[in-house]
Design a protein around this ligand. Structure first.
Ligand SMILES: [Mn+2]
Length: 424
């Protein structure tokens, strides 16, 4: 393998990766996969792409090096910040989003069987394979991470340093290569570091000296641009304003501050998502046994969106149907949908932060469960009226509440749910 001599040259190698990994007939002698962690946030995605570049640019690359985006391709819609940054960077380097290899493009088990000892794995932004990727553990040769060492993969070369962003560690490796660094690469590396350190704010206490040094190195390498005159940013006054996304111009920004704000807004934007995507974006599931030993499957979705806006957008019936479908799809005994954010209580009144809680069951009615929740002072629930539509307790398997205790997030809500089920 010849080393690549620039990030742009590396990007041009990506297009054939998926086909190469799925070609059973002629496997190469060796293959190196670079994976970020399962959350597939900006830090993980940028780190894996960049570390794959670094390994490909070494004088003696470890076979063909392929960055794996550790999420399904269809899940990128849930990560607008990642989607836009990668798309913009790839386009600027003569590549396309389609050139990246996602988890559902390949079969890891098959690759393990096909390459056997010719397989090398590098983990970045985590130091132990995800539970459903344990098949890779014997092949892990290297780790670059900023989480505490879980003690797995003892034979791997490990570089673990608790910094704000794993990208800072990978960017230092890019610097060591000594290859020229163009503006799209510099901007891509800067982005996760800004997100992970809240724009290097001292108040957030996330940035270490290494992150700060890395930012100081990268900022002058970026060709900052004036946003196009026609560009309008999302209007904060509008409850339902869609976030402005014009692929060609959204990351034309003048400063780190603007870059951070644009990405942060995109990360938080959910109003473009379908009801099902809203339910699955930030979702956790548990099993809890009641007194009689019956196991309840409990699912809790947390959504930075308010029920009032959601009903205005889709209508209550469509939401109820979507939640019932979600209950069936996940085979839940009870689903809780936590919606939170700021809305105006009345026209022209200032926005107020609040929370709503929606509860749905596989088999209604579950009056004792509802009574238990309503009795909890940790939640302080009140039955809600949405746009004059009242959730009909006798008819509907879905209950809508105004959660008056607005500080109770899923960390607080789940223990309440658990103790209610355990008392039944
Ligand atoms: Mn990270």
């Amino acid at each position: 393998m010849k080393p690549v001599n620039s990030f742009g040259a590396f990007i041009k190698t990506l297009a054939t990766n998926t086909a190469r990994l799925n070609n059973l007939a002629n496997p190469a002698n060796s293959l190196t996969l670079v994976l970020g962690n399962e959350s597939a946030d900006l830090d993980s995605l940028v780190s894996s792409l960049t570390l794959a570049y670094v390994l490909s640019a070494k004088p003696d690359p470890p076979g063909h090096v392929v960055p794996i985006m550790n999420t399904n391709r269809s899940d990128m819609i849930l990560r607008q910040d990642c989607d836009l940054l990668l798309r913009t960077t790839l386009n600027a380097e003569g590549g396309r989003m389609e050139d990246l290899t996602f988890l559902d493009d390949i079969d890891l088990n098959m690759l393990v069987q096909k390459y056997k000892d010719g397989l090398n794995v590098w983990l970045v932004d985590h130091n132990a394979p995800a539970s459903r990727q344990m098949v890779l553990e014997p092949f892990v040769r290297g780790v670059v991470d900023h989480h505490l060492d879980e003690g797995k993969c003892p034979d791997a070369m490990k570089e673990i340093e608790v910094v704000g962003s794993c990208t800072s560690l990978v960017a230092a490796k890019v610097k060591e290569l000594g290859n020229p660094i163009d503006s799209p690469l510099a901007k891509m590396l800067l982005s996760p570091i800004l997100m992970d350190t809240v724009n290097i704010s001292s108040k957030a206490q996330k940035a270490t000296d290494k992150d700060t040094e890395c930012v100081s190195w990268l900022v002058p390498l970026v060709e900052w641009e004036d946003p196009p005159a026609t560009a309008s940013t999302a209007n904060d006054d509008e409850d339902d304003a869609p976030v402005f996304v014009d692929l060609s111009t959204a990351l034309q920004v003048r400063s780190t501050e603007e870059l951070y704000r644009t990405l942060d807004k995109l990360k938080g934007s959910v109003s473009h998502l379908s009801t099902r995507d809203l339910l699955r974006k930030d979702y956790k599931q548990w099993k809890v046994a009641d007194k009689r030993g019956k196991e309840w499957v409990v699912g809790i979705s947390s959504i930075a969106y308010r029920m009032k806006k959601w009903v205005k957008r889709d209508g209550l019936t469509a939401i109820e149907t979507a939640i019932s479908d979600w209950v069936s799809e996940q085979n839940l005994d009870v689903a809780l949908v936590m919606t939170h954010g700021k809305v105006r209580p009345r026209k022209s009144a200032p926005k107020e932060y609040g929370r709503d809680l929606t509860v749905a069951f596989k088999e209604p009615p579950q009056a004792l469960f509802i009574a238990g929740l309503v009795a909890s002072s940790a939640l302080n629930l009140e039955f809600m009226t949405v746009n004059n539509l009242h959730s009909d307790i006798d008819r509907s398997p879905i209950y809508l509440f105004d959660q008056k205790k607005t500080t109770a997030s899923r960390k607080q809500v789940f223990p309440v749910v658990k103790s209610v089920i355990e008392s039944l």
